[in-house]
Structures are given as structure tokens and as C-alpha cells.
Design a protein. Sequence first.
Length: 65
Amino acid sequence: MGKSKSFADKMSKANQDNTRHCAQCGESVTTVKMITSEKVEDTGAWKFRQNFVGICKCNEKDIIG
Ligand SMILES: [Zn+2]
């Protein structure tokens, strides 16, 4: 009953959303969720932040190492 169709629609939409191309290197950009930690000077506690970062050839070495 249109279940497979909507699934296919979702897939194609997700693919489109995930396919961005870098203006600098022309490679496709992969978006990943990065969790960074930083120490709060005042309390000495660690704070965690979630960031969505686009990775391509330009910065993959910096981010992935
Ligand atoms: Zn790039």
C-alpha cells in the first residue's frame, strides 16, 4: 500500500541531503556528528558539545587524523 514507495522516497531524499560537494576540492562532503569536550575553567567540570561537521578532502586529515 505505497509503503515501499514512501520508503524509496525517503531513501532518495536522504541521499540528496547527504550529497553535498565541496566548492574547493569538488569531493562529496560527508556530514558527521562530532562530540567535543571542553573543560570549564571555573568549575573544572567537562562539558560536551555535539557538532555536525562536514568532512571532505580539505579537512579530513585535521578532523580524522
Ligand atoms: Zn573540500
